[in-house]
Design a protein around this ligand. Structure first.
Ligand code: ZN
Length: 232
């Protein structure tokens, strides 16, 4: 399935054209479980208890890798994990999309971070946290936390952080089955999208995106179709 087919967010090779780039993308990106979707209280089909998700994140070392469309924080260990649906999912990658891919009550937010996990059986689970921008001259992600470097320098090759700093204090969330939001957009991905929007200083990230010539890296909203939506 993994081919080196070039894709991006432009008119010619962007989300509307992904299905035309190769057969694999066409097959996967047209399946019914496509993400992201518009989330809203009126669309909830099932209830979930808050404790269905247990986040077990701790301080760890992460490599910083820039890809063509975003940066990635890659954990050096498998210590960070979440417990959901009767099993553990281990954190593999943190990256972001600008603006947010999911919407909450029809609102799109400036940034959405994705925390990509896999179970031992390789089932994917992605946690999404949407952020609103705090205007000011502060650097990105100026979050007080004992193990986290204040004013993270994303030009460095690694950083030490506890991914918990991204997770909202109020833990209400949506859950649904969808797909990855980048080609080949395969499913079935367990999605956990927090309904609490966090705040962060986004000056640095926007500056770096500008330096790299990026404008946006979000896949547009897909149809909900028959997807069930759980909420705590
Ligand atoms: Zn993503």
């Amino acid at each position: 399935m993994e081919k080196e087919i070039e894709w991006d967010y432009s008119l010619n090779k962007g989300p509307e054209s992904w299905i035309n780039l190769c057969d694999d993308y066409h097959q996967a990106c047209t399946k019914y479980m496509q993400s992201p979707i518009a989330l809203a209280k009126s669309k909830i089909t099932n209830n979930l208890t808050q404790d269905a998700l247990e986040i077990e994140y701790e301080c760890d070392d992460f490599q910083i890798q820039w890809s063509k469309h975003t940066f990635h924080f890659i954990p050096k260990s498998k210590n960070n994990k979440v417990y959901f649906d009767g099993k553990y999912f281990y954190l593999d990658d943190i990256h972001f999309h600008i603006p947010s891919e999911h919407s909450l009550e029809n609102a799109v937010y400036p940034i959405e971070f994705h925390f990509v996990h896999h179970s031992q059986e390789n089932e994917p689970l992605v946690i999404a946290v949407l952020f609103k921008k705090i205007v000011g001259n502060e650097e990105l992600l100026q979050i007080e936390e004992s193990c986290t470097t204040i004013n993270w320098d994303l030009r460095k090759k690694s950083l030490r952080l506890n991914p918990k700093v991204f997770i909202p204090q109020l833990v209400n969330y949506y859950a649904y089955y969808g797909s990855y939001t980048t080609p080949p957009c395969i499913g079935d991905v367990h999605w956990i999208v927090f309904s609490t929007v966090s705040s962060l200083f986004s000056r640095t990230i926007l500056k770096l995106m500008k330096e790299k010539g990026w404008t946006s890296n979000n896949r547009p909203i897909q149809k909900q179709e028959q997807k069930k939506i759980w909420h705590t």
